[in-house]
Design a protein around this ligand. Structure first.
Ligand code: G3P
Length: 219
């Protein structure tokens, strides 16, 4: 399972890139707004900076509600960087836009996916990757990770090539569960990536090794 960073924060992306464990980045209008980006030119500049840091797929979301607008935006976004994944919502207009853009060879990240049926439609519309939103389903008392597992199982059973990306990840248990469910990718907020590295026994172990080494006169 590959790890993407779910953020538009350049410092977080730089930090994640240094670790060498981040394959791609996902952004959305909320994440852009969090960084003070509210205009197209600002979003474009930020995405181009991200693409200079991470040599992998960068997901960029459309904001239009209608198919024609999404298609126009998708075509524009696809020119911004070398590996764009255009994020399109799982709506009727979205599926229409996905079909058109994927026929043009543009890579699509089907976002805001909350059901197997939406994932089946996205696959038929040519989505490169589908993003089931785990945390938001958990928030309303559903089992978000069960959706990931169902999509993975059904795609494999029907030999569907669309990748499955666990999104709306809230904590490290989600990362483990996504890997167990067979997700191809998990896109994680930076604090979750940091938590993945942490264990108190690692910290105390490092401290004890150093202590023993120093007691023996080691330098
Ligand atoms: O990748 C989708 C993600 O950004 C949504 O996460 O935390 O807003 O539900 P969240």
């Amino acid at each position: 399972m590959k790890l993407f960073l779910d953020t538009a924060n350049i410092q977080e992306i730089r930090q994640g890139a240094k670790l060498g464990v981040v394959t791609g980045v996902t952004t959305n209008p909320s994440l852009a707004a969090k960084e003070g980006i509210g205009r197209r030119e600002g979003y474009k500049a930020a995405v181009q900076e991200i693409a200079d840091i991470i040599d992998g797929p960068i997901s960029v979301e459309v904001v239009s509600q209608d198919a024609a607008g999404m298609i126009a935006e998708g075509r524009e976004i696809s020119e911004w960087i070398r590996q764009p994944w255009v994020k399109i919502p799982s709506t009727l207009a979205g599926f229409e836009a996905m079909s058109t853009l994927s026929r043009d060879g543009i890579k699509i990240n089907q976002t805001l996916c909350f059901s197997v049926n939406q994932a089946l439609l996205g696959a038929q519309a040519g989505a490169t990757v589908v993003s089931p939103f785990v945390g938001r389903l958990d928030d309303i008392g559903h089992d978000g990770m069960a959706l990931v597992a169902d999509i993975v199982a059904i795609y494999r059973r029907h030999n569907i090539k669309t990748l499955v990306m666990a999104a709306s990840i809230r904590h490290t248990r989600h990362c483990v569960a996504a890997a167990q469910a067979g997700a191809d990718i998990s896109t994680v907020p930076y604090p979750v990536l940091v938590q993945m590295a942490q264990h108190p026994l690692t910290d105390s172990g490092v401290a004890r090794f150093l202590q023993d080494w120093q007691k023996a006169g080691g330098r």
